[in-house]
Structure formats: C-alpha cells, structure tokens
Design a protein around this ligand. Sequence first.
Ligand code: SF4
Length: 350
Amino acid sequence: MAAKAVVLVSGGLDSTLAALLLKEQGVEVHGIHFSTGFCLSEHKRTMSFFGAAQGEARPETQRAETNLRVDVRNVDLGEEYLETVLHPKHGYGANINPCIDCRIMMLRKAKSYADEIGARIVATGEVIGQRPMSQRRDTMRIIEKESGLEGRLVRPLCAKRLPPTEPEKQGLLDRARLLDFCGRGRRPQMELIASKGITDYPLPAGGCCFLTDRNYAARFRDLVAHSAGRKLTRDDLVLLKTGRHFRLSPALKLVAARDEGECRFLELFSEGRVRFEAIDVSGPVALSDGPPPSKEEELLCARIVARFSAGKNLPEVAVEARGGGSEPRTYMAAPIRDEMVLSKLRVLSE
Ligand code: SF4
C-alpha cells in the first residue's frame, strides 16, 4: 500500500513542487490549505469580486488541486489565528508576522489531519534560508518540535540538508530523490517545475501575507495602541486592509476607500459607523471607526472626504453623513489642502 502524506499547499511554487516530488515517489498525497484571513491574494480576489483591482481568479485550493491532481482540504484558522497574531509566543518578524507561531499552528492542524487519515508523513515546501524568520535551521527545528512532528516532518526541497526523517529511515521515502535546495533564490525551483510542465503558479515575489506589510503593521500597531484593552475582532483586522486610514483622536479613526471596489467593500462595515460621501461630485465612501464622532469631528471627516473627491480643488464640497443615531446631515466642507496636516492624520509606517 502506498505511503500517505499530508502536504501543506499554498498553491505556490515551493509547496506544489514538494507535493509533486512525493507523488513521483508513489506517495498518496493529500493537500491541506490554510486561510489565515491575512492572505494578500485572497484579499485581491475579494476586491476583484467587488469590482476593484484584478486578482487571481481561482482560489489557491483550486489551483493546487488542478496542478497536483489531489484533493485539498481548506481550513479556516479563524479567531484562533487572531489570538496568535495578537500574542505570539515566539514574537514577530520584521513587521507583525508571527511566522514561527503561525507555522506551528498550521502544522499541528496538519498533524491532526494526518492522524485522522492515517498518513505517516507531513510535508511542506520549506527551504532552508528562504525566509528570515521561519525557515532558518534553528527555527525550523523549533517549529518541528512544537508542532509534535519531530522526525515526521519532511521538507522535500531541502531534505538532504537536514537529518534523515523517520519516513526516510523507514523506507517510505527515498532520500536520494529528495533535494538539497537552500537560500532565497527560486531559479532552481522554477526550472524544475517548468520541466514538469507546470507554469501556472503565483510568482514567488514575496509579500504574500498582510502581516509582513509595513503599512499594514503600522495600522495594526496604531489600532492596538488605541484599543484601550478592548478585545479586537477579525472585522477590526479586516478593515485595516482596506482604504486610507486617518487617526482623528485616540478613540476615533476615519477609513476612506481608494477605489470603487473598496467603496463597495466598506459598505459591508457601515453598520454602527457614520458613513460619509460627497453628494454632488464623485468621491470615496468613508466610515468612522470608534465612538460616534462629535460635530467638529464629523466636519473634519467631511473635509478629508472632500479632499479625496473630484471636488478637491473647489472651495467647498457637500458631504453627507449618515448614521451615528441622527438623521442624515450635510456638511459644506472645505477640502483639506495642507498635505502636512493630512499626512499627520494619516496612519502610515515611519
Ligand atoms: S508570512 Fe508568516 S505569518 Fe504570514 S502566513 Fe506566512 S508564515 Fe504565517
């Protein structure tokens, strides 16, 4: 009977190749794909659904299934992942990416799936030295240990640079047919996968996760600093992915859409917030985030909305505010012209 393996697949180059290498050894491969809620391509796909910038049309799971001809189980990490992002035991990488904790969580779940289906191998597309936090020899060891997969976790792309695993020792895998890749370059992987006739995978240009993004990290830190102990929700973190963010007071922010797609997306979050939009000229939808703004704060919101509207060069723009427990009201708002003032309000990375 063929050995079974659960392979973590992202739909990208490395994990596809790792799964293929196992399949070539006659292993029965079962894919598992994790949704963290912070995947850039997933967000682009959502935004393209709302009519914004184009993203990859097919979900990663589907692409992996097509390229590998295997079933892929999709697992949403949900609120549990949020906790990992907020309180990672092993800390953050360069931004707010808790890569070590993230990998441990994914691998624990992959292990459960492997146990459930009787797979003795769990594999990933990791390559030593490819990522600064989670793909160093020492952190790979920690991840393996804390996920409960010591000796059972196979990294086919760099296996020859690591001690032999149990599946190799037991003859389930031929070590000689595993690889010895290392470092950040992807050329060997690209050449190898092309030789196997696969050309459809996302370009491995990095930046696959919002948590590694400097601006997202700046917004996240701003939110945490101003949450005053309030328990953050997934919606809070989803909203950070969208639009321009302006900090108006310790408790209050304004989030303004940057394009049509974001306007439609923000509408999903309008309940319980004040919604601003220019009336006579086109412009962004913007939402307050925090307690209902005062009249002065609403006027400031309206001036920001006016600044990003088609009437930004007019003396005044009519901006309607809805919500906040009052009847709709209109502000005649002078667009903010002082870029210094605007950039001071804007939540950006240093
Ligand atoms: S970049 Fe880090 S935090 Fe983001 S999905 Fe990958 S391992 Fe997880």
